[in-house]
Design a protein around this ligand. Structure first.
Ligand SMILES: Cc1cc2nc3c(=O)[nH]c(=O)nc-3n(C[C@H](O)[C@H](O)[C@H](O)COP(=O)(O)O)c2cc1C
Length: 199
């Protein structure tokens, strides 16, 4: 059994939602109510984490609100060029230490980024379930974020997220229109194998 959806075919049967989620750059002009954005962050809150330490943190701004221009300045020039039409920008951070149960002091949290990646994935899946799209952003201005959000030592700046409703790709510059397609994936046997590491 396989699953097909959104111009994608899984090699094994999975919930179609995993194929439905994708990352557009063309957004329609709709603004996002804060309550809707909070439902996406709520999904992220329920991600699993090592020791249930919940190291993820999210700072957000919605378009047409006072914080918007500052959050746009947190993106690199390329991402700003299209994400300026998004409905919200979220900056994802993580706390790199935690206090284990019964311990008196904080210790390094080896999985703070791994846990926070799970939270981002929950947010992205909830976004597509709710008719929105969440687009991850590695192209961010980390020093601008560190200063603008007064990020203290012990917190890592992980990535950004642009959120919006998918729009007409004709609204994008020509070079980006060609990239506005649902991407495919490496074959499963090139990333997973029984008893050995696939390189
Ligand atoms: C952590 C992360 C960072 C990303 N950074 C960028 C980025 O800076 N700019 C961009 O246009 N897309 C970015 N992407 C989008 C990826 O290129 C995209 O998720 C990938 O090609 C798979 O496509 P899909 O999400 O449509 O399935 C990022 C995605 C993730 C998860």
């Amino acid at each position: 059994m396989t699953t097909s959806s959104n111009l994608r075919t899984a090699e094994h049967a999975i919930h179609p939602q995993f194929l439905e989620r994708w990352s557009p750059r063309a957004f329609n002009p709709e603004t996002i109510p804060e309550a809707t954005l909070l439902t996406l962050l709520e999904a992220a809150r329920w991600a699993p984490s090592s020791y249930n330490s919940q190291p993820w943190r999210f700072a957000y701004a919605r378009r047409d609100t006072p914080h918007w221009e500052q959050f746009l300045s947190f993106l690199n020039e390329f991402n700003r060029s299209w994400a300026s039409h998004a409905a919200a920008i979220v900056i994802v951070l993580s706390k790199s230490t935690f206090t284990p149960p019964g311990a008196a002091a904080e210790v390094p949290a080896p999985t703070h980024s791994f846990d926070t990646g799970a939270a981002w994935a929950y947010l992205a899946l909830q976004a597509s379930l709710s008719g929105w799209h969440a687009h991850g952003l590695a192209g961010i201005e980390r020093e601008t974020i560190r200063q603008g959000l007064a990020v203290p030592d012990g917190y890592s700046i992980e990535a950004g997220i642009a959120i919006g409703r998918a729009g007409d790709k004709a609204s994008l510059p020509e070079a980006l229109q060609a990239r506005e397609v649902q991407s495919q994936r490496k074959p499963l046997d090139s990333i997973a194998a029984e008893g050995r590491l696939v390189l």
